[in-house]
Design a binder for this molecule. Structure first.
Ligand SMILES: C[S@@+](CC[C@H](N)C(=O)[O-])C[C@H]1O[C@@H](n2cnc3c(N)ncnc32)[C@H](O)[C@@H]1O
Length: 199
């Protein structure tokens, strides 16, 4: 198996990958996490999805690829320049709302229905405001993060933060966690439905 070959990629992907290079965006999501997100999202017809950390929309284009016509997605980033580019590509999509706001503020203000999948690709929703974010996931829904394998550009102290996050998720009574040393290091956590009462 060659897992660097992708049988189908979203039509806009190569354009966005080139645009990341052109503008010097150094934090783009890779194709592996994109393909995984697209698959997980395809398992939730009519689903409701959230991305924290839009960038210019690389993972977003994969997420949209997995959505059916009745699904809806919010994507949040606090960088107006990146959001402008993402809006230029996806702004006319009526199933997608791209918001320029601090992710933590957005999470705390959100009052709509729960999410079938949250991809937390920014500090809010991952290294802070975590419990508020996990609260927004429906039973059976997915919490997905990447960049969990040590990298050369991690600042001092980041490895400890990552360990704290992983332990928190693993010990969380409402989540089942799978850790994958693949891509940049991915965690998929599924919110379990309320446990049935003992008979
Ligand atoms: C790892 S990048 C996201 C990559 C993106 N998902 C992609 O597909 O290329 C992290 C993003 O989080 C954004 N960000 C950083 N701090 C944020 C905050 N407090 N609220 C919202 N977005 C934030 C950055 O502007 C950056 O675009």
């Amino acid at each position: 198996m060659n897992d660097t070959l992708f049988s189908s990629v979203p039509p806009l992907l190569e354009v966005l990958e080139q645009e990341c290079k052109d503008i010097g965006f150094t934090m783009p999501s890779d194709r592996h996490i994109g393909a995984l997100l697209s698959n997980l999202i395809a398992s939730k017809p009519g689903g409701h999805f959230l991305e924290l950390g839009t960038g210019i929309g690389l993972s977003l284009c994969w997420m949209i690829e997995g959505m059916d016509q009745n699904s809806y997605l919010y994507s949040i980033d606090n960088d107006p320049q990146l959001i402008d580019i993402a809006q230029g590509h996806f702004g006319k999509n009526t199933r997608v709302e791209i918001v320029c706001q601090d992710g933590g503020e957005w999470i705390k203000a959100y009052q709509g229905p729960g999410f079938d999948l949250i991809f937390a690709d920014a500090w809010p929703g991952k290294y802070f405001d975590l419990e508020e974010t996990l609260d927004l996931i429906k039973p059976g829904g997915f919490y997905v993060i990447d960049d969990m394998l040590p990298a050369d550009d991690w600042p001092e102290g980041h490895a400890e933060k990552a360990t704290v996050l992983i332990t928190y998720l693993e010990e969380h009574p409402q989540f089942r966690v799978t850790k994958m040393s693949w891509s940049t290091g991915i965690i998929v956590a599924t919110k379990i439905a309320d446990a049935p009462a003992d008979s």
